[in-house]
Write a protein that binds this ligand. Structure first.
Ligand SMILES: [Zn+2]
Length: 86
């Protein structure tokens, strides 16, 4: 899995939602990591922090839910569960 494109993809979703809600800033992000997404919560967090630098989500808290259900239909995916804006 290529983490840079993964984070860029997630960030564009975050920016779209933030724009929709006319937010100044994204203060929090919740994501769900599928069991087969091949990335640990800690590793994801590192990429997230680096990837968000200078963006609308710079400094946002991150809540990661790591699924262990490999039969889940989206087990290979990383899902944006929600954001908190200001
Ligand atoms: Zn990496």
């Amino acid at each position: 899995m290529h983490e840079h494109s993964l984070i860029a993809n997630l960030l564009s979703k975050i920016e779209a939602v933030a724009q929709q809600e006319r937010a100044e800033q994204v203060v929090g992000v919740r994501v769900w990591l599928g069991a087969l997404s091949h990335i640990s919560a800690e590793h994801f967090r590192e990429h997230f922090v680096a990837g968000c630098r200078g963006s609308v989500a710079d400094g946002a808290w991150l809540e990661v839910e790591h699924s262990d259900d490999s039969d889940h239909p989206q087990a290979q995916d990383i899902l944006l569960r929600g954001i908190e804006v200001r």
